[in-house]
Design a protein around this ligand. Sequence first.
Ligand SMILES: N[C@@H](CCSCCCCC(=O)O)C(=O)O
Ligand SMILES: [Zn+2]
Length: 415
Amino acid sequence: NTQAFGRSLDRGILERLDAGEVVVGDGGFLFCMEKRGYVKAGQWTPEVTVEHPEAVRQLHREFLRAGADVMQTFTFYASDSKLGNRGNTASDKIGCTEINQAACELAREVANEGDALVAGNISQTPSYMSGLGKEVVQKEFQQQIDIFVKNDVDFLIGELFFYVEEAEWAIEVMKATGKPVAMCMCVCTAGDMEEVPIDECAVRIAQAGADIIGVNCFWGPDVCLKAMAAIKEALEKAGLKRHLIVQPIGYKTPEFLDDSSNGEIKKGMSGLAEFPFALEPRVLTRFETQKYARDAYNMGIRYIGACCGMEPYHVRAIAEEAKERGKLPPASEKHGLWGYALRQHTYPWVRARARRSHWENLEPTSGRPFSTALRKIETQWADLSLSSKTMQQQKVQTTEEEVEQLAAKRSAVPI
Ligand SMILES: N[C@@H](CCSCCCCC(=O)O)C(=O)O
Ligand SMILES: [Zn+2]
């Protein structure tokens, strides 16, 4: 097993997945960093890799300690057009190259502290949403990917692709590097935002050359695993053997299991009135996260990760559930599976909960007597196709007047 850059080359992502190993993904970096005051919601861009590298290093370390086998470079939304979208100054003030370079160094530094791999992360672009075309969009992907290649990341991962066409364009640029390619579309069983059915999305992504295929974000485990079942079936029917990846959000979103409302469910959590600052009542418990990991494993998914809302303790739950790995993560030193650590508690009524049956059967209360369980999904933005211009972007800041116009569109819907 030849060594290069301090890691064993025969333990790459495909070698691990081909061997049937479970690969634990990292968690929701953007949301964690926003809650910690290092990422600004709205723009959601990762200039913190240059502004406060210590914060990024620390969070990578927390995910590594929790059992993550992959350190995704914190380069999500770090395309040039996103860093300069709607008044964001990160592109002008710091720059795409510096942000992506710093992210690669931080991810590799922490990955080398364990046996983790580094994945160069790209994502959807405002340029695509504004219909600027293949050449402009691929040039932006190339700018990030050149930096990933220069830093010799172990593989590439695309995330949050709403449109299968943009995902295909991304895969074309990713494949040219010769590195393994993972593609997570942001689709559920209602299909992509141009009405391309999910089974067609899966086949097109596979045929474009992705080695690892799945979904990330926008929906909780239940909705994402329903999408993964459709993707798995489509690939099997087409005779396309690929590895499967799933990275759901850490929030419960049962409203979206009904995919009949079509356009509405495609907005996922972003379509909820609570998004992004009041989703806390929906946060998954560590035990619900364990159940998600087991359900994913039972479906044949071996790259089991996490997205927005999933903190390091959620990733630890995934790693602890994946007993097939034959090891517990370092953070389990400070955790007792199924509450066993409570045997050391000073209060007898708490020690009474140091058993699996208590936690496995608990339906947590919300503490909010006036809250309803589910949200009626807004219906104003049903057509998300490029031709509808609904997703059109701009460099200048959204004005007060524009916000009022958007709010007027939805005022008919009870908050
Ligand atoms: N790997 C990334 C995935 C982020 S998915 C972010 C969705 C943001 C939606 C929005 O723009 O509001 C991460 O961990 O942050
Ligand atoms: Zn996410």
